[in-house]
Design a protein around this ligand. Structure first.
Ligand SMILES: Cc1cc2nc3c(=O)[nH]c(=O)nc-3n(C[C@H](O)[C@H](O)[C@H](O)COP(=O)(O)OP(=O)(O)OC[C@H]3O[C@@H](n4cnc5c(N)ncnc54)[C@H](O)[C@@H]3O)c2cc1C
Length: 459
């Protein structure tokens, strides 16, 4: 029997229950990944759905995954185009009768699978929940009854055992690559200067027709703070495990997390695991187990509890998207609340470029643009600024984050934005931060603001 495993936001071999089950059930396997052409076009809100930082991180991750697969006799076939077309074409070309994939909360992603199943009614679907701590059966409520309020969700799931980690046995042999030729498979290659490129696997090896996402030139004065983050934000399971080990075992920074977590700048104030969790280089279960191992060795404290608590926030937003689907993207939000905000091009531009009247917002927006990273505290402040001070429709902010964040995660991003815009699940309604007070509290000496000013701005 031939199977096809579709990697999505689960770009790892370890603790990938869907891959494990698919591997057990088929004799020949094709491992595939789709680069959706729609990511590069200007979507509904006139913004691209991917930017240079996540693109680089993705290429690094795909390269690492392919390398890992090759070690076990497999290979990653990458395709560029519309998943809705690619998937049926691949199933037809390979003769695969089984499709394996990890469950994904995104309605857009799921529409492809549903459309394909309608086309191939006999297709065996293997779907497992590898990107959440719990499987639906482990939740103490039906999805439709999931509490909308985080505190109630947390109380309901806290203390429950997460799903067990899955261990991958031997992978089935790779399906014949020749049958994929007409679909123009791609592969990620490392070129002489160490950078990664997508190439056609077969034929002339020329670059595929994918729009270029070049990095913005780093203004003088920002080189050091940019490098501090980008040098370590590297895609792939190896880098993910290194960071998990660094934060928990090597530096034991985890033991101070509660006190440091509201930091704005630098590498050590929070775990920095989000990019790897978002791409699926790490599963939340692997992170939860690392926290438990630390607690076994050194005892638990407020900080280890708090890091797990943050994983529950992540968990909550994943299930919220499963529950509400497309409502997470509507201006009125899941509350169906009318908002008196609109789109002011000038105000939005000043926010994106970091030229508002609030220095702390500007610093954070520059940090985002040049590194793909922004702290949780700053995300809250810039979101509050866009919605409350500039009165701009929150969805433009969410779309800007989608483009620029290296750790963009559909559920976390749109869920957090709704929460802050007061159309989501915050029981207190809209959050309006006093930006000057927040700057005094979290950046009392103005170091963050200074550090993210270009040389020109400092003069
Ligand atoms: C407006 C806004 C947009 C956001 N967009 C994203 C996004 O696209 N992708 C993303 O991963 N996170 C997003 N977050 C949540 C949060 O800011 C990041 O997860 C966090 O800053 C990542 O840094 P860290 O890994 O060092 O987190 P830590 O503080 O070390 O936390 C550990 C992990 O817990 C999870 N987590 C922490 N805070 C949250 C939260 N508020 N919501 C959900 N999960 C959380 C993340 O997976 C994180 O990696 C957003 C928050 C806001 C306010």
């Amino acid at each position: 029997m031939t199977g096809l495993f579709l990697f999505q936001n689960d770009l790892r071999l370890d603790d990938n229950p869907a891959l494990q089950r698919t591997a057990r059930q088929v004799d020949h396997l094709y491992c595939v990944y789709f680069i959706d052409a729609a990511l590069f076009t200007h979507a509904e809100l006139q913004l691209r759905r991917i930017g240079c930082h996540r693109w680089r991180f993705l290429l690094e991750t795909l390269f690492a995954l392919d390398t890992e697969l090759r070690r076990v006799g497999q290979v990653l076939h990458v395709f560029y185009g519309q998943p809705r077309r690619l998937l049926p074409q691949l199933l037809a070309a390979t003769g695969a009768t089984t499709l394996g994939l990890s469950a994904h909360p995104g309605p857009y992603e799921n529409a492809t699978i549903e459309a394909t199943r309608a086309y191939f009614p006999d297709l065996g679907l293997i779907e497992e929940f590898g990107s959440t701590l719990f499987e639906p059966e482990q939740l103490p409520f039906e999805l439709a009854e999931m509490p909308d309020e985080f505190t109630r969700f947390k109380t309901a799931v806290e203390g429950r055992k997460a799903r067990n980690q899955s261990t991958l046995g031997k992978l089935p042999s790779a399906g014949r690559a020749a049958v994929l030729e007409s679909l123009m498979p791609l592969c990620v290659v490392k070129i002489d200067d160490g950078s990664l490129l997508l190439r056609r696997r077969i034929s002339d090896g020329s670059p595929p027709d994918i729009p270029q996402l070049s990095k913005p030139a780093i203004p003088a004065g920002l080189e050091e703070p940019v490098a501090e983050l980008t040098d370590r934000l590297k895609g792939g399971v190896g880098a993910a495990k290194t960071q998990l080990d660094y934060y928990t075992v090597q530096s034991r920074l985890i033991s101070r997390y509660k006190a440091t977590r509201n930091g704005l700048d630098g590498w050590n104030f929070s775990s920095k695991l989000s990019p790897w969790l978002a791409a699926g280089c790490l599963s939340p279960v692997q992170v939860a187990e690392a926290i438990s191992r630390f607690e076994l060795a050194h005892g638990n404290n407020d900080s280890t509890d708090w890091l797990y608590f943050e994983l529950l926030w992540r968990e909550y937003y994943q299930w919220l998207l499963y529950k509400y689907g497309r409502r997470l993207f509507l201006k009125k939000g899941i509350q169906q609340k009318r908002k008196l905000t609109t789109f002011y091009p000038q105000a939005f531009k000043s926010w994106c470029e970091g030229s508002t009247e609030w220095p702390i917002v500007n610093a954070a927006m520059r940090q985002l643009k040049f590194t793909g990273w922004m702290s949780n505290r700053a995300r809250q402040l810039v979101a509050s600024c866009l919605v409350n001070e500039l009165q701009v429709d929150w969805r433009y902010g969410a779309a800007w984050f989608e483009q620029w964040l290296v750790d963009y995660d559909v559920a976390n991003n749109w869920g957090n934005w709704q929460y802050l815009a007061g159309v989501g699940t915050d029981p207190h309604g809209q959050r309006r931060f006093n930006l000057h007070e927040q700057a005094e509290r979290y950046d009392p000496e103005g170091r963050f603001i200074m550090r993210w000013q270009t040389q020109e701005q400092q003069e």
